[in-house]
Design a protein around this ligand. Structure first.
Ligand code: ADP
Ligand code: MG
Length: 287
């Protein structure tokens, strides 16, 4: 192979679809011992299929329509999946107000009805009497005028590349692989077990992701650097706090790409070990 002294590590990385925003990050990459991943859109595809509809006191069709109106103005992968499953025209003029509550869900007024669509946190904060779904999946609970009307289960898939990415990291000597997610425990632990992730924290709000990262930083030396890998608007604060923030450049949000130090053009988590390897080789030849 071509010695890396011929071109900078940054140039070589970019030929591999890894955009590094400064040579100081090569230095940090050489000293990484912990890699922290977001789940949705980072280790999973972020493309959901509706796998179950459980309507209570109304028809499945009606439940789906309420959910579709609620999600009509959201860019979240959950919203896109519900809208593509619903697959009908929506008269958005009937939406009187719209509020997206980060890591909770959606609150709208539509046709004089108050519709809530989101997770258990949203149901609890709005004092809705609901019963938790038994299925493993990301669950969108729906309440209309404060009355619980059922749930829609949607399921995401792990990226083909993710298992390989985690085992690669371990084989190059990364001590700890962690996953942080706003999604529920059941989904989080099933993904973590499948991929061989050491530690997992679920049900996190965006600011709680930053708190977890701070916890990980406690008791570390300057020589033990931490990578955070994410894709969403919500991930921007954690990307900024990490020694090396790495964003998905393909389907990732603009906010994540901007906040990151490194951007992966192909959204493949296996590029993380590649970036570390390139940084280490650059070191041997240049320094
Ligand atoms: P992650 O940390 O896995 O990338 P997010 O922080 O984007 O996930 O969202 C966390 C959780 O908040 C989701 O799993 C979902 O339960 C809920 N949520 C967020 N946005 C929406 C939405 N538009 N509709 C319904 N639920 C949502
Ligand atoms: Mg995400």
């Amino acid at each position: 192979s071509i010695p890396l002294s011929f071109f900078s590590g940054i140039g070589f990385a970019s030929k591999n679809g890894i955009l590094i925003k400064g040579s100081n990050y090569l230095e940090a990459l050489r000293n990484v011992d912990t890699v922290v991943f977001d789940k949705t859109g980072t280790l999973t595809k972020g493309v959901f299929d509706v796998t179950k509809i459980n309507a209570i006191g109304i028809s499945e069709e009606e439940l789906l329509e309420y959910a579709a109106f609620a999600e009509a103005n959201s860019n979240h992968p959950i919203a896109k999946s519900i809208l593509s499953y619903y697959n009908k025209e929506l008269d958005l003029n009937k939406i009187e107000s719209y509020e997206e509550v980060a890591a909770h869900g959606i609150k709208i007024k539509y046709n004089n009805d108050l519709i809530l669509a989101g997770n258990e946190k949203l149901m609890r904060s709005e004092n809705i009497f609901y019963s938790p779904a038994k299925e493993v999946g990301t669950v969108v609970y729906i309440a209309v005028n404060k009355i619980y009307r059922g749930y829609i289960v949607i399921s995401d898939q792990v990226k083909e590349d993710s298992a390989n990415a985690i085992s690669k990291l371990k084989s190059i000597g990364i001590k700890q692989v962690v996953m942080l997610t706003g999604d529920n425990d059941k989904v989080a632990s099933s993904v973590a077990n499948e991929l061989g992730i050491d530690k997992v924290y679920a049900n996190l709000l965006p600011n709680e992701k930053v708190d977890k990262l701070e916890e990980i930083y406690k008791g570390r030396t300057e020589k033990e650097k931490v990578i955070f890998v994410g894709d969403g608007i919500n991930d921007a604060p954690v990307l900024a706090r990490a020694d090396v923030g790495i964003a998905m450049g393909g389907l990732g949000s603009d906010a994540a790409i901007e906040a990151a130090d490194v951007v992966l053009m192909t959204d493949e988590p296996s590029k993380i070990s590649k970036a570390i390897e390139i940084a280490s080789k650059t070191n041997k030849i240049v320094w």
